[in-house]
Design a protein around this ligand. Structure first.
Ligand code: PAF
Length: 284
């Protein structure tokens, strides 16, 4: 697997594949890869001839008091894992290459509505940073297909909406969340947990499973959310939000909505964990 940092080198490689009629997939990451990322690469191999992975810790999506400096950077190990997974090209641009005029002067992409609810309410500007960098990466690589994990369900919705609204010629594929044996969704930020916190962390997934069962049993979303927040607190997590939404557009769940998603974020030590579960509500 080759590794390139310059857009010209990236484009040169991709142009050779394209002129041979090959289909290209992009797996965008911030590195510190785990099995969840590698599943994105293996899924990408099923739907494209060539897979480009990017590793770029995007400063634009971190708030002033967030973990940009502490975010784990493990590029050599990432490269080894991607090679073993059959990735064809690793793209590792620097911040000055992605934002040559600096972050303040960068043209930004905003997906209204979807960007300011849930995680966007707790992390102002986060989804503008995500949409902007993903737009840029898609323009740099110009893949036929791009794959993102469903663990970041809101991020996936923001990216899908951006691609649709900006008529970008790329198919966006969501890949189911990869979990540890005890249910904890894989995330680079799990590495921030102490052993004691790690033992508590699967409560997030357990609480979502209980909430899904309650919704299916006919309980009202408000009551389900309140019970889930209490259960998280009892388990030693500090809930940020638990919210039952329409899986189609993340609007508040209406009585007629069958396809729902329960999304949650909670703090545990230095980590802010997120997870979600989709639920199909049975009609009475
Ligand atoms: O999910 C991530 O790792 C990031 O938000 C992404 C999509 C690579 C954009 O920086």
């Amino acid at each position: 697997m080759d590794r390139v940092a310059r857009i010209e080198d990236l484009r040169e490689r991709v142009a050779i594949w394209r002129s041979a009629g090959e289909r290209v997939a992009l797996v965008a990451t911030m590195g510190n890869l785990h099995r969840g990322h590698l599943v994105l690469v293996s899924e990408a191999r099923k739907c494209a001839d060539r897979v480009v992975a990017s590793v770029f810790v995007n400063p634009l999506q971190f708030g002033a008091n967030e973990d940009l400096d502490a975010y784990p950077r493990t590029l050599e190990e990432d490269q080894r894992l991607l090679t073993a997974e059959g990735c064809d090209l690793l793209f590792t641009p620097t911040p000055s290459l992605v934002y040559p005029r600096g972050q303040e002067a960068q043209t930004r992409v905003e997906v209204p509505g979807l960007s300011t609810i849930l995680c966007g309410a707790s992390r102002p500007g986060h989804f503008v940073g995500v949409a902007t960098v993903v737009c840029k990466l898609l323009n740099m690589v110009q893949p036929e297909v791009a794959l993102f994990g469903e663990k970041d369900f809101q991020q996936l919705m923001v990216i899908r909406r951006m691609v649709e609204d900006l008529d970008m010629p790329v198919e966006v594929i969501g890949v189911p969340t990869v979990r540890e044996a005890d249910g904890l969704a894989m995330s680079s930020r799990n590495g921030y947990l102490t052993p004691e916190e790690r033992a508590r962390a699967p409560a997030l997934n357990r609480v979502l499973i209980e909430a899904a069962a309650a919704l299916q049993a006919g309980e009202e979303p408000d009551a389900v959310e309140t019970a889930a927040r209490r259960a998280l607190s009892r388990a030693g997590l500090r809930p940020d939000y638990v919210s039952v939404r329409s899986a189609a557009d993340l609007s508040q769940a209406a009585p007629a909505d069958d396809a729902l998603v329960i999304l949650a974020a909670a703090y545990l030590g230095r980590a802010r964990l997120i997870d979600n579960l989709r639920v199909t509500r049975a009609r009475p």
